[in-house]
Design a binder for this molecule. Structure first.
Ligand code: NAP
Length: 304
């Protein structure tokens, strides 16, 4: 597939970007306008941020007929999704970017943070994909349409600090795999992106509560810029990939759980997967040691 470079055509298309008021969603919306999309609608809960982003993207229009607009609403609510979908004549491409994480130790999370994790990271994509597909199945254009789910590399390697987030990103992988089956009759291609860290507004928020042990396991992997992450996503979409990583480490980790999802350089992944299966048990012993030491230190600090 790598030899074909026109597999993702946004020109003259209607695109919806959930979570499009900032970070990856906002940058994707801008790039799609630059690529000639007829209409880009960004969706989020905070109207002021949406307005600001629309104003920011407006000058990037390449023709006066293009539209950059927004819709406000909490996509964890199905009726909100249905209303937004109803307001659109057609949908060709949906990027499911709404999501956010509150990295904390599991027992430090509040019940509200736990349910927000499910709502923001899973229910937004579940509801909007259902509502959008209900409309898209009634239309049968001759071009390929696209659903692009934004998961996380944490769906592949979940670790301490991400209990409120990683399981929902893993659920998105499963949802995307199922929807890929159901969209086969409708000429809709389903992609799943597994980004590593990138320096969005959301990422800056995460850093504020991230436990030391989570940072330690994450290692020195610096967050790439939002622009670089967006370019990587579009590069892989252009070449027809259904499974997309935004950095090499994510791709390497993915070799440890290949499953039934589409592959990305599958043959190499199988070989790497075998090598990883020999290394991972030793890595787990090392990580468990690090976690025990962290809790020991934490407890000793708490004692008077
Ligand atoms: N940044 C990273 O390092 C990283 C790494 C891996 C994966 N990801 C994933 O990549 C995606 C984009 O990340 P990002 O860092 O660019 O995100 P971000 O800066 O946190 O922005 C999240 C967007 O989602 C919107 N949103 C949140 N809850 C919503 C809801 N219930 N209904 C509608 N909109 C909602 C937010 O606006 P409102 O708050 O106004 O609604 C905002 O526009 C997310 O799914 C994230 O989980 C990020």
């Amino acid at each position: 597939m790598v030899f074909f470079s026109n597999q993702f055509d946004a020109k003259d298309k209607t695109v919806v970007v959930t979570g499009g008021s900032q970070g990856l969603g906002a940058e994707l919306a801008k790039q799609l306008i630059i690529r000639g999309a007829a209409k880009v609608i960004i969706v989020a809960r905070t109207e002021s941020k949406l307005q600001e982003t629309v104003n920011y993207i407006e000058p990037f229009k390449i023709s006066d007929s293009q539209v950059i607009d927004y819709a406000t609403g909490d996509l964890a609510n199905y009726d909100t999704c249905a209303k937004i979908v109803e307001s659109l004549d057609t949908i060709d491409i949906v990027f499911f970017c709404a999501g956010s994480s509150v990295p904390k130790l599991f027992l430090d999370l509040t019940p509200r943070e736990l349910s927000n994790g499910v709502n923001i990271n899973y229910n937004t994509a579940l509801n909007f994909s259902h509502a959008a597909l209900s409309k898209m199945k009634l239309q049968s254009p001759d071009h390929t349409r696209h659903f692009i789910f934004c998961s996380s590399v944490l769906a592949i390697y979940p670790f301490i600090g991400y209990a409120q987030y990683a399981p929902l990103k893993a659920a998105l992988r499963s949802l995307a795999d199922i929807i890929r089956h159901e969209t086969l009759p409708y000429n809709i291609k389903v992609h799943t992106v597994y980004p590593g860290n990138f320096a969005s507004e959301g990422f800056a928020e995460e850093e504020k509560t991230k436990p030391e042990i989570t940072k330690q396991i994450e290692g020195p992997s610096n967050a790439v810029s939002v622009e670089s992450c967006t370019n990587n996503v579009l590069w892989f979409l252009d070449r027809g990939y259904e499974t997309i990583f935004t950095d090499v480490i994510g791709w390497i980790l993915s070799c440890s759980m290949l499953g039934f999802s589409p592959k990305c350089l599958g043959l190499v992944q199988i070989i790497l997967g075998f090598i990883l299966s020999l290394i991972v048990p030793f890595y787990v012993i090392f990580t468990n040691f690090e976690i025990k030491s962290y809790f020991k230190k934490l407890n000793s600090q708490k004692q008077p």
